[in-house]
Design a protein around this ligand. Structure first.
Ligand SMILES: [Zn+2]
Length: 110
């Protein structure tokens, strides 16, 4: 992931430690999928629940999911952070003050 948005120059990491929130999003999603894996595994195989296949699938989910969703959770955290704490003046030099692209000046060739 680049440090700045290539279009508007917005710096994705707004403050040091900003991505701790992304780890939180990743943790919530991963734990949800771990719980889903366990529940589906138990419900589908009940009453003869095979421990090792379900435990193996759960461990695989716990290892693969955080790695696979890392870019998505980082971007999701940036989006959520922008909803909660909207763009401030000067954070995106390529945009106007309100976050809308600046109008072209009459003298600017199109
Ligand atoms: Zn941008």
């Amino acid at each position: 992931m680049p440090e700045h948005c290539p279009r508007c120059g917005f710096k994705f990491e707004r403050a040091p430690g900003h991505y701790v929130g992304a780890i939180g999003v990743s943790t919530v999603v991963t734990f949800g999928l771990i719980l889903t894996t366990l529940l589906v595994g138990v419900l589908v195989t009940y009453p003869d629940v095979p421990f090792f296949p379900i435990a193996g699938a759960t461990v695989a989910v716990a290892i693969v999911v955080p790695i696979a969703i890392h870019p998505t959770t980082r971007l999701s955290w940036v989006a959520l952070d922008l909803v909660l704490d909207p763009l401030r003046d000067g954070e995106a030099p390529g945009l106007g003050v309100s976050g809308v692209e600046p109008a072209k000046s009459p003298t600017q060739p199109s």
